[in-house]
Structure formats: structure tokens, C-alpha cells
Design a protein around this ligand. Sequence first.
Ligand code: G3I
Length: 382
Amino acid sequence: MHDTTGPLERQSLVGVSRRSFLATATAALAAGRFAALPVEAAGPSMKDAYRGAFLIGTALDFRRPDEFSAAELDIITSQFNTITPENSMKPGPVHPQENSWNWTPPDALVGFCEKNAITVMGHTLVWHSQTNPWFFDGATREVALQRMRDHIHALVGRYKGKIAGWDVVNEAINDGGDATTAATENLRTAPWLKTVGPDYLVQAFKFAREADPAAALHYNDYNIESGPKHQSSLRLLERLKSEGAPITTVGIQGHWSVARVTNEKLDDIERAIENYKALKLKVAITELDLTMTGEGGGQLGGGGRGRGAAAPPSAEMLQAQAAAYAKLFALFLKHKDVIDRVTFWGLNDARSWRAGQNPLVFDRDNQAKPALQAIVEVAKRG
Ligand code: G3I
């Protein structure tokens, strides 16, 4: 279902060493004097540069008919070939009460994507957050599972054939961890776990497969590429597979910071991709953003974030962000045999959930930041 046809030949980077791909990324940066540019002046689009390797996505919602400016619509249609709804298909917004659905924003998103030949990825069916309490009110295990099944069948069924894949379970593993938790799945004590038990994840995947036999089915989480949480993710995925969950893909969210893209982190990400591949799973980078300041991480709350306007970044910060994005995309390209999508979490810095930290490749004025050219250059150099 993915749009992977196009003019660029697939160029195998399998076997390319870390030194070689880092050199590619660095050379890409050195070659250009990248500055913020109008999107039409920034050269080939990301989706064209990576056509044949993987899809390039953004996350957004059509909350109102006039949600996006002409400049934003131009970026959406010229740069991206896949869209994830940032909020509008989550259980809370889309299904506030058992007999009440908000179909208008998701229908608008799916309609826009159909019109513009953009692949839709659904987000998210089962989560500890943004899930209304009615799912669990007075519920036995059987009642909660029936509500989960009804929810998944109604939502996935409505868009069957129109949504290429779903984040079936989101963020089931606890933050942090240590040597002891690393040997376990370290599942969050979320309402689904408490009401149904640890097989709630397997059930969710089975319900999603019943509702759409063709969709890619993801487990999606943040910080699963490193440390004890990575080990827990392997335990969990091994169990899901052994219990017959029809999972196809692991979503590494990719909420990172520029400072955090070190060689050690790149090694972690590469090892995680290889470990998931060894489990016969595909990998998607589902929520990529690189904050210029403060910490990364996908968890809500915490210090150093902020949705307000940020001070304009310095030229050095823009270059550092471009260099970090280039290194990541060189790594993703090296593993294009297993990576089928890289989605940015948001359209531009103004709309980002971390607007105060300028994490995306389009700035508040919809100008292409140096990162965009650096990312495209990595693909051109192969
Ligand atoms: O839509 C309401 C609006 O009606 C209301 O007036 C306003 C007042 O606060 O809130 C609006 O809802 C907000 C919503 O975003 C839409 O803007 C919620 O408060 C806010 O909590 C919500 O934040 C979202 C967050 O998930 C919580 O679900 C972010 O936009 C979204 O980017 C973020 O995305 C998550 C992924 O789903 C999972 N991985 C981590 C990632 C970042 O936290």
C-alpha cells in the first residue's frame, strides 16, 4: 500500500560502515552553505529524494476547514507522502463516549490524503493516555475487551483500505528502568493492564487484524532504542510474537534532541533497528523531532518544553540541527531494507508540541531550515 515507486533508483547502502555514512552526512553539510529558504527554493523535496527508500511523513490534523495556510498546504503536498493524525484518531478525541464519535476531523484528513495521493497512518488505537474513563467504568475483563474490540472495529473498519497502517498499542512500557526491569517487559500499570491483564496487547493486535487484514500493525513507543527500555521492548515483542499477535512493525518515535544525537546514540539506534529486524519486524521512525534546546523524550510534561514561541535560533544552532538530522537520515538510509517510513512529528516549528524548542525542519514562517537541505543532500549522495 505504500507509495514506493518513483524515479530514484534504490541504492543499496547495506554494509556501509558507520564511518562512511557519517562522512557522507558531514560532506553533505560541508558542501552547502545552508540557510533558511522558501520551500520552492530549497531544491528537491524530501519525499522525492527518499522515493524508493522509505516514505516521508508529517503529523497534523484538520481541526477546521481552514486549518492550514496556502504556504502550509504547499509544504504538505510537496514534501510529504504520508500523514499521521497528531490527535484526531486517538481514543479520547475520536470516541469520547461509548455511543459518540467525532468523525469530522479524521474524515477530513483521510479525504485530503485520498485527493492528494498521500498514505495515511493511523494513530493510535490503545493507549494509557487520551482514553476516556468510560472504557473502564464498571468493566470486568470481558466488558473491557468487548469495548476495545468495538472501538477498534469501528475505527479501523471505517477506514479499511484507506489507512495503510495503525499504531495499535502506544507506549505500553514504563519510562526509565534498571538492570532488574531490563529482564522484564516492565509494562505500565495502565487501566488496560489492570482491567484486562498483560494479554491486552495481543488482543488489540488481533482485533486490528480482524478489522483490516491488509494494514501494517505497529507497536509504537519512545526511548525504546536505548538502555533498559530497549531490553524490555525486546522481551515484550518476543512475547507478542510467541502469543500470535499479528504485529508487523515497531515504531521508534524519535523524540530526541540535537545534543543527544551522539555516536553512542547512533549506535543504540542502529542496534535497535537490527534487533527488531532479527525479530522479523519492520521499523518505522514515527514521531521524529530534534529539539535545539532542552531534553528530548516522548513523555508529556517535564521541564524545558513549552508550546510558546522560542527565541530565533542562532546560525550555529541551525547548523548543529542540520548536522544531527543528516547523521540520522544517513543511518535510516543505510537500513532502508527494514525501515519503511520516517515521519516528523508536526509540520513546522509553530505547530510542534515542542514549539518552544524549534525541533522541525520548517520554521515558524514556513521557511525550510538548513536541516531540510542537509537531509535531501544525504539521499542525493547515497
Ligand atoms: O483540542 C483541545 C482544545 O479544544 C482545547 O481548547 C485545548 C486546551 O488545552 O486543548 C486541545 O487539546 C490539546 C491537543 O494536544 C490538541 O492541541 C491537548 O490539551 C494536548 O494535551 C494535546 O497534546 C498532544 C499530546 O500528544 C497529548 O496527547 C500533542 O498535540 C501531541 O503532539 C502529542 O503526541 C504524542 C503522541 O500522540 C504519542 N507520542 C508522544 C507524542 C508527544 O507527546
